[in-house]
Design a protein. Structure first.
Length: 325
């Protein structure tokens, strides 16, 4: 008999949009809320002697899949989500690195996003111990949010939108997970304008501008998402107020570079550490004035990525034992 805790989430890239495939990669999940969403039409027609909407007038019109998947940022496998977010990845083993060890994966925005889709499979177990397999086909990622606070594990949360949900009762699966360790606050480092900044709370949300709800006459499920809007990357760092440096950047609307790096606590591969490195060559601070009293004054700095016309606006670099994404 399966246990309520036998909650398993797996994903795999699809060859054909909306045609489900068996999972190839499993992730240890903090939380997930992926579910079927249905939209209905209610008839406005009146009928003599009827005071309530008739059953035939409540019409099952269209459906889609929506929800979030939150995981602790792993030292292996996270590139799957970065690829689904950004669109393009370049994988290399730089000089001096063993090809059997670490690989560097660099993710940037690209129109290849329009051809990407994946299947999400989630095993959920009811209180009677019966395992149910929920399969979500035609999935895509619309945004990813990275978070890290002092004393906590760094997390990433993916917003998922998909085409369909099917569910069957099936024997509980035994999942195999990649060898991985989570990235924690102790391995985090933030720089602003090339200088290290003491940060106690960091968040960044990257949106890829994909259009959902692409229905046409005759459709009851959505077509594949495509990139249709400007991409957006916004976040916040919280710092102790040490001087007017960051405040002046806020007041003067000065753009500066920002990086956020999260390293593994132990070495991987050829005796070096794996990491996630987000590089934003130009951000504008949109807040705020440091205020407070009776304690150390802190400053909350909201920021927004902008295109400086020269550099890639947002780059995610991921070093892991994964050979490809």
């Amino acid at each position: 008999m399966a246990k309520v805790g036998d909650h398993i989430l797996g994903v795999a890239k699809e060859t054909t949009f909306g045609t489900a495939v068996a999972p190839t990669t499993r992730f240890e999940v903090v939380s997930e809320s992926v579910k079927l969403k249905k939209d209905y039409i209610e008839s406005k027609a009146l009928k003599g002697s009827r005071r309530y909407l008739g059953s035939a007038g409540h019409i099952d019109a269209k459906s889609s899949v929506e929800g979030d998947i939150e995981i602790e940022i792993p030292s292996a496998g996270a590139g799957f989500w970065f690829r689904q977010l950004m669109g393009k990845v370049t994988t290399t083993a730089p000089a001096g690195w063993s090809m059997a060890d670490r690989y560097k994966h660099v993710f940037v925005a690209d129109s290849g996003l329009d051809t990407s889709s994946f299947t999400t499979e989630i095993q959920r177990v009811d209180v009677a111990g019966t395992a149910h397999r929920f399969v979500y086909a035609g999935c895509g990622v619309t945004d990813v949010e990275l978070n890290c606070k002092v004393g906590e594990v760094a997390t990433m949360k993916m917003a998922v939108y998909g085409k369909s949900e099917t569910v069957t009762a099936a024997a509980a699966q035994t999942a195999t997970y990649p060898s991985s360790t989570p990235l924690i606050f102790a391995g985090a480092a933030i720089t602003v304008a090339g200088s290290s900044v003491a940060v106690n709370d960091f968040s960044l949300k990257i949106e890829n501008g994909r259009k959902k709800d692409r229905y046409f006459l005759g459709d009851t499920t959505p077509n594949k998402m495509i990139e249709a809007e400007m991409r957006n990357a916004e976040g916040k760092i919280n710092v102790e107020w040490t001087a007017l440096t960051q405040y002046n950047r806020f007041v003067n609307h000065t753009s500066v570079a920002l990086t956020a790096k999260f390293e593994t606590q132990s070495t991987i591969g050829d005796s070096a550490k794996g990491y996630v490195l987000v590089t934003i060559p130009a951000v504008i601070f949109t807040g705020e004035t440091p205020v407070g009293g009776g304690d150390i004054i802190e400053q909350s700095l909201d920021f927004k990525a902008v295109d400086n016309g020269t550099d890639e606006p947002v780059t995610i670099e991921y070093v892991s034992l994964d050979t490809a994404f």
